[in-house]
Design a protein around this ligand. Structure first.
Ligand code: SF4
Length: 109
């Protein structure tokens, strides 16, 4: 294998790995069950259906004025459905509350 081919092989492998790391967007159906705060993934992510109930000592990301403006409804991973609920690409096949929050919150682009 020449140096160029080896370099191409490594570049292709890196590109394939990068593609594999892109999260798959899984949308929840409108009839999907609602995420409960007691669900394992909700506990792991610090999810609360009422964002104002988040323990900011435990999750300082939601502290202060900037933190207080964070809700599922303005998270990049949220896709609104109906009745204040929506899908979340971090939590497949469950609906989350638009007024909720979890530690995976990221701003919209
Ligand atoms: S990732 Fe975003 S939409 Fe999903 S539960 Fe967390 S804050 Fe809500």
């Amino acid at each position: 294998m020449s140096k160029l081919n080896r370099r191409d092989f490594i570049a292709t492998g890196a590109a394939l790995w990068a593609t594999a790391l892109i999260p798959v967007v899984v949308r929840a159906e409108p009839s999907a069950p609602i995420l409960q705060e007691t669900d394992g993934i909700a506990i792991a992510l610090g999810y609360k259906k009422d964002a104002t109930a988040v323990d900011i000592a435990k999750y300082p990301k939601r502290a202060g004025a900037a933190g207080a403006s964070q809700f599922c409804s303005n998270c990049r991973l949220y896709s609104a459905k109906t009745d204040g609920l929506g899908g979340c690409s971090a939590i497949p096949n469950k609906l989350v509350a638009g007024a909720g929050w979890c530690n995976a919150w990221i701003p919209t682009a």
